[in-house]
Design a protein around this ligand. Structure first.
Ligand SMILES: *[C@@H]1O[C@H](CO)[C@@H](O)[C@H](O)[C@H]1NC(C)=O
Ligand SMILES: *[C@@H]1O[C@H](CO)[C@@H](O)[C@H](O)[C@H]1NC(C)=O
Ligand SMILES: *[C@@H]1O[C@H](CO)[C@@H](O)[C@H](O)[C@H]1NC(C)=O
Ligand SMILES: *[C@@H]1O[C@H](CO)[C@@H](O)[C@H](O)[C@H]1NC(C)=O
Ligand SMILES: *[C@@H]1O[C@H](CO)[C@@H](O)[C@H](O)[C@H]1NC(C)=O
Ligand SMILES: *[C@@H]1O[C@H](CO)[C@@H](O)[C@H](O)[C@H]1NC(C)=O
Length: 358
């Protein structure tokens, strides 16, 4: 067994056994283990048949391996473990149509058939005990692509899953196709959608905010900027992500004090309204000479460093989130927002259910 895969396997068994036994019947562990062994068979098959690492998805077994690990490892991680380059051509159409018998979409049954067939032609191949695990793998992809209703995934959407599901900020259409929420899984932090131009800058801004958030989300410039770039999500989610783990319960936006006037006027240079340029300057300024703490975000006083970025790939990113805020406050025409309106956005947008655009 490949080292990384076997570590993953141990982690998986560890995770399952660590869950309260009332949640997971004992026999489920062996079912999961056998499903995982079948993934390892696919890995061996992928390794044995692949001759061109830079065309990973031209091999049925390598595609099936990626799908098999869908709930555990992202496609990018599967490429990495397989020592294949991160950038790959799209899933070869011949591989896709061979599995779908020429149809324009892949059904759950197509996937199951391909899966069992591949194992049947793999020397020493190990079948899963229970087909449920295989249908769960397919459901993960169906949820991401938004085809829960039929489970029939068109070529373009399947290819999108391979290409984009590992990109931070690209969120699944729905978290799961299973609407039954009877199993309280390890608390899921919601995915925060971001345009590609974000380049990880918003996560860095949220990391900066982490140092000061207990003083109040809207009392610190980094946290105000992080609240801005969470425009595609909301500040309740931001609070869940940046609040210290030992803080329980995490406050909600409604419990946060109103936007600090000092922070507002510092960002506008004393003017009564905030312009798009003010926000661009503050956002880039906030990512220049970032703070760090030797003991992590929870330990000790943070210190300023000479580290910069990551910056967005373009100022269009700031223009986009400021556009969302301008629309909410009703200032699309000027994109210049007075204090009271901006303070209202911060305090109330998270729960307003109002999502206009300019
Ligand atoms: C895909 O693999 C097949 C062999 O299985 C090969 O003939 C074909 O040229 C490959 N396609 C591409 C686009 O590399
Ligand atoms: C693939 O197989 C080769 C030879 O059997 C082995 O050296 C290599 O580590 C394997 N690669 C992976 C990613 O398992
Ligand atoms: C896999 O990831 C590690 C750590 O990020 C990186 O150093 C390595 O170059 C990656 N391997 C490939 C083949 O991309
Ligand atoms: C949905 O999840 C519940 C709880 O884990 C499970 O009992 C049920 O079988 C699942 N339904 C489907 C269709 O997978
Ligand atoms: C005001 O802005 C400057 C530079 O933009 C920054 O260094 C400073 O920390 C800010 N002050 C407050 C109170 O946020
Ligand atoms: C985007 O992010 C990468 C990785 O963090 C970084 O190396 C690069 O400089 C960033 N781009 C810009 C424009 O800062």
């Amino acid at each position: 067994m490949n080292t990384l895969i076997s570590i993953l396997y141990l982690a998986l068994i560890g995770l399952v056994t660590a869950l309260p036994s009332s949640l997971i019947p004992r026999q489920d562990i062996s079912g999961l283990a056998s499903a995982f062994k079948s993934c390892v068979s696919l890995q061996n098959s992928c390794n044995a048949t692949m001759v061109d690492l830079s065309n990973f998805y031209n091999y049925t077994s390598c595609f099936l391996l990626t799908a098999c690990l869908s709930g555990m490892e992202s496609p990018a991680q599967v490429l990495n473990v397989s020592k294949a380059p991160a950038t790959q051509p799209r899933l070869t159409e011949s591989v896709f149509y061979a599995i779908t018998n020429g149809n324009s979409y892949m059904t759950q049954q197509n996937y199951i058939n391909a899966y069992y067939h591949q194992i049947s032609i793999t020397p020493g191949g190990s079948y899963p005990d229970d087909v449920t695990y295989i249908t769960d793998q397919w459901s993960t992809i169906a949820a991401w692509t938004g085809f829960c209703a039929t489970g029939n995934i068109p070529y373009a959407n399947l290819v999108d899953w391979l290409e984009y599901s590992s990109v931070p900020g690209v969120c699944p259409a729905v978290a799961s196709c299973n609407t039954s929420t009877t199993v309280p899984t390890i608390q899921m932090i919601p995915c925060v959608p971001q345009p590609i131009t974000d380049n990880g800058s918003c996560t860095e801004m949220a990391t900066q905010c982490e140092f000061w958030v207990t003083q109040g989300l809207f009392q610190n410039e980094y946290c105000v900027l992080a609240s801005f770039c969470y425009a595609w999500s909301n500040t309740d989610v931001l609070l869940q992500q940046v609040y210290p783990l030992n803080a329980s319960p995490v406050p909600t936006t409604a419990q946060e004090a109103k936007l600090s006037e000092a922070v507002f006027y510092n960002m506008t240079g004393g003017a009564a309204s905030m312009t798009q340029q003010n926000v661009i300057d503050a956002y880039y300024g906030g990512l220049t000479g970032t703070w760090t703490s030797l003991g992590g975000t929870l330990g000790g006083m943070p210190e300023k460093t000479d580290n910069d970025g990551p910056y967005p790939t373009s100022t269009d990113y700031v223009v986009e989130f400021w556009g969302i805020i301008s629309a909410w406050t009703g200032f699309c025409d000027t994109r210049t927002i007075p204090y009271d309106n901006l303070a209202d956005y911060l305090s109330f947008a998270a729960t307003s259910g109002y999502h206009p655009t300019c």
